[in-house]
Design a protein around this ligand. Structure first.
Ligand SMILES: Cc1cc2nc3c(=O)[nH]c(=O)nc-3n(C[C@H](O)[C@H](O)[C@H](O)COP(=O)(O)OP(=O)(O)OC[C@H]3O[C@@H](n4cnc5c(N)ncnc54)[C@H](O)[C@@H]3O)c2cc1C
Length: 529
C-alpha cells in the first residue's frame, strides 16, 4: 500500500444493517472504520422484520435496544406472533408458528419485530454517535485490492462521477447478496438454485386488517398451498391496520404488467379486500454460500456471505451475528491479542452455522411442507388430514432446535470430534462453543450485566488460585479480561461447572472445575494461538 495512507482500520463496503452493525461493534472496541454505501437514502422496503432474542442481545450491547423497541411500528400490546394456515388464510385450518417465547429463558432479551428500514434508521443513529465511524453515502465501490500491509477499495460517487480510494488494514464486504466485493476478492460461492421466481409486494389495505382481526396478536402469516410444493405465500404486517408485505412464488416470466397480483392476494387470504400497491419487485429463490468468508485481508459478512429465501427469518439475524463474531476478532488482531488463526476462525465458525441453517431449517421447511401437502388433503380425506394437521401444529423444532454453535471451532475447547452448526438442544448448562444462557447471580444482577467487553471468567465458588492464574495469564497476553465471582452453588450446578470462560460475543470458550487446567493454554486457544 506504499504511496498512500489508510483512512481507518477497517473499510466496510455496504451500509446496510450488517455493515453499520459491524462498524458499531468495531467502534465500541476502539477500532475505526470507513463505511462506503452506494445509496444516499434508505431503501424503504420492509424486509428483515423478525428480530430474534439473540439479535436483541446484540442491540443491547450496541447501545441501541431502547431506541429499536421505541421504533416498532406495531404496538407492543398487540403482539408479534406468527401463524401457519392451509390453503388460504381464512380456510379455518391454522396454528401458531415460530413461537419464540418457548426458548425465552435461554436468552437475555425478548424478540422484536419492525420493518428493516426502521432497524437501519436506529443503527445509523447509533453509528452517528460514535466518532470512530466515518460513513460515505452515495459511493459505489467497484474494485478491491490488497497487499501485505493493507486493503483498499476504489469507489465512484454516483452523482458527481468522482472516484476515490478508501484504504484500511482490512476490507469487509457487507454489500448484500450480489456482493461485488466477494466476486472481486475471488471468493467463490456454492449455489443451490430452486428455479423459483418470487414476487415481493408491499401494499396498503385496511380491509385485510379487518379480515385478520380473528387472529389477535399475530403479525405474520404463512399459507401452505398444495399447488406450491412447499413454497410459501407469506404475509407480514408492516404496521397495525394498513400496511403489509407479501411474498410468494409466481410463474416464470411474470412481470409487473402481465400478472394479476391483487387476485393472488385474494386467493391467498380466501376473501376479497382493498389493495393499493406501493412496491412490486422480484427475486430468484436460491441458497448461496460463500466458500470461504475470507480471502487474505478481505472478508464478507451478512447476505454477501450467505443468501437464502426469507423462510423462518434467519437472514438479518445471521448477518448481525457475523458482525459480532468478526468484530471482536478484528479488534483482537489489531490490538495484538488475537492471532491470524483467530481471524480464520470467523469463517470456520460462521460458515457451518449458515450451512446448517440452510440445510436443517430453511430447505427442510420446504421439504417437510411439500411432503405433508403431497400426503394429506382435506378434499380427499378430511379426517386423516385433520389428525395430521393437528399433529403438525405441535411441532416446535423451528425454534427449540435452532441452536447456532461453534462446538467444533478451533478457537473453543469443545468435545473431541464435535461439529459446529445450527441444530441442537437449548440447555442452561454451559457448553464450550455454545451461547451462554443468562442466570441471576447471588447479588441479584444478571450475569449478562456483569460480563466484560472482552473475555469474562465466571467463577462459581472456584479455587481462588486458579482464578488468579487465569487473571495473570490474561494480563500477560494483554487480553481484556474480567472475573465474575459468585458463590452460588445453584449457578454452578445449573452451568455444570465452577468455571466458565465466556468470549466477547457471549459464547462459551471453555468450562471446567479447575483441577487440571492450564489457564494460559485455555486463553491461547480461545485467542487463536
Ligand atoms: C421479503 C423479505 C423478508 C425478509 N424477512 C426477514 C426476516 O424476517 N428476518 C431476517 O432475519 N431476515 C429477513 N430477510 C433478509 C434480510 O432482509 C437480509 O438478510 C438483510 O437485508 C441482509 O443485510 P445485509 O446488510 O447483509 O445486506 P443488504 O441489506 O442487502 O445491504 C447491503 C448494502 O450494501 C450496499 N451496496 C451494495 N453494493 C455496494 C457497492 N458496490 N458499493 C457500496 N455499497 C453497496 C447496498 O446499497 C445496501 O445498503 C428478508 C428479506 C426479504 C427480501
Amino acid at each position: 500500500m506504499s504511496g498512500f495512507g489508510k483512512n481507518s482500520d477497517v473499510v466496510i463496503v455496504g451500509g446496510g444493517p450488517v455493515g453499520i452493525a459491524l462498524a458499531i461493534e468495531l467502534a465500541q472496541r476502539g477500532i475505526t472504520s470507513t463505511v462506503v454505501e452506494r445509496y444516499v437514502s434508505l431503501q424503504e422496503i420492509p424486509k428483515g422484520q423478525n428480530l430474534n432474542q439473540r439479535t436483541m442481545e446484540l442491540f443491547h450491547f450496541w447501545g441501541a435496544e431502547e431506541r429499536l423497541r421505541a421504533a416498532r411500528t406495531i404496538p407492543a400490546s398487540y403482539g408479534i406472533g406468527g401463524l401457519t394456515a392451509y390453503g388460504s388464510l381464512l380456510s379455518g385450518y391454522h396454528y401458531d408458528w415460530l413461537r419464540r417465547e418457548l426458548v425465552q429463558e435461554f436468552y437475555f432479551r425478548k424478540p422484536e419485530r419492525l420493518p428493516q428500514q426502521e432497524t437501519e434508521r436506529v443503527l445509523r443513529a447509533r453509528a452517528s454517535e460514535l466518532e470512530q465511524i466515518d460513513i460515505h453515502y452515495g459511493w459505489r465501490a467497484d474494485r478491491v485490492f490488497q497487499d501485505d500491509t493493507g486493503a483498499w477499495v476504489e469507489a465512484e460517487n454516483a452523482e458527481t462521477g468522482e472516484t476515490r480510494r478508501f484504504a484500511g488494514s482490512y476490507v469487509v464486504g457487507c454489500d448484500g447478496a450480489h456482493s461485488t466485493m466477494r466476486e472481486r476478492a475471488g471468493i467463490t460461492q456454492t449455489r443451490n438454485d430452486h428455479d423459483k421466481l418470487m414476487v415481493l409486494l408491499v401494499f396498503r389495505s385496511t380491509g385485510l386488517h379487518r379480515l385478520l382481526e380473528s387472529f389477535p396478536g399475530k403479525s405474520f402469516y404463512c399459507v401452505l398451498h398444495p399447488d406450491l410444493k412447499g413454497y410459501w405465500r407469506f404475509f407480514g404486517r408492516v404496521d397495525l391496520g394498513s400496511s403489509w408485505f407479501f411474498h410468494a412464488p409466481v410463474p416464470p416470466g411474470t412481470t409487473k404488467e402481465n400478472f394479476d397480483f391483487k387476485a393472488l392476494l385474494h386467493e391467498a387470504v380466501g376473501a376479497p379486500f382493498d389493495v393499493a400497491f406501493d412496491h412490486i419487485g422480484f427475486w430468484d429463490l436460491r441458497i448461496a454460500t460463500a466458500d470461504d468468508y475470507r480471502n487474505g485481508r478481505v472478508f464478507v459478512a451478512g447476505d454477501a456471505a450467505h443468501s437464502h429465501p426469507p423462510y423462518g427469518g434467519y437472514g438479518i439475524n445471521t448477518g448481525f451475528e457475523d458482525a459480532r463474531n468478526l468484530g471482536w476478532k478484528l479488534a483482537a488482531r489489531m490490538q495484538g491479542w488475537g492471532s491470524e488463526a483467530l481471524l480464520d476462525s470467523y469463517s470456520a465458525e460462521r460458515r457451518p452455522v449458515f450451512a446448517s441453517t440452510a440445510r436443517d431449517f430453511i430447505e427442510r421447511f420446504i421439504q417437510d411442507d411439500r411432503r405433508f401437502l403431497e400426503t394429506w388433503n382435506p378434499e380427499k380425506d378430511r379426517t386423516e388430514f385433520e389428525i395430521h394437521w393437528t399433529e403438525r401444529s405441535r411441532i416446535t423444532s423451528e425454534v427449540s432446535a435452532y441452536v447456532p454453535n461453534y462446538a467444533g471451532s478451533p478457537a473453543v475447547s469443545g468435545q473431541p470430534g464435535a461439529q459446529s452448526g445450527a441444530t441442537g438442544e437449548h440447555r442452561v448448562q454451559a457448553r464450550a462453543g455454545f451461547h451462554l444462557t443468562p442466570r441471576v447471580l447471588s447479588s441479584g444482577q444478571n450475569v449478562y450485566d456483569a460480563l466484560g467487553p472482552g473475555f469474562s471468567l465466571i467463577a462459581l465458588g472456584a479455587d481462588p488460585h486458579i482464578v488468579d492464574a487465569f487473571r495473570k495469564a490474561a494480563t500477560e497476553r494483554s487480553i481484556p479480561f474480567v472475573v465474575v465471582e459468585d458463590d452460588s452453588q445453584d449457578n454452578a450446578k445449573a452451568y455444570g461447572a465452577r468455571l466458565v470462560l465466556v468470549r466477547p460475543d457471549q459464547f462459551v470458550a471453555w468450562t471446567g472445575d479447575g483441577e487440571t487446567v492450564d489457564p494460559d493454554a485455555v486463553l491461547a486457544k480461545a485467542t487463536g494461538s
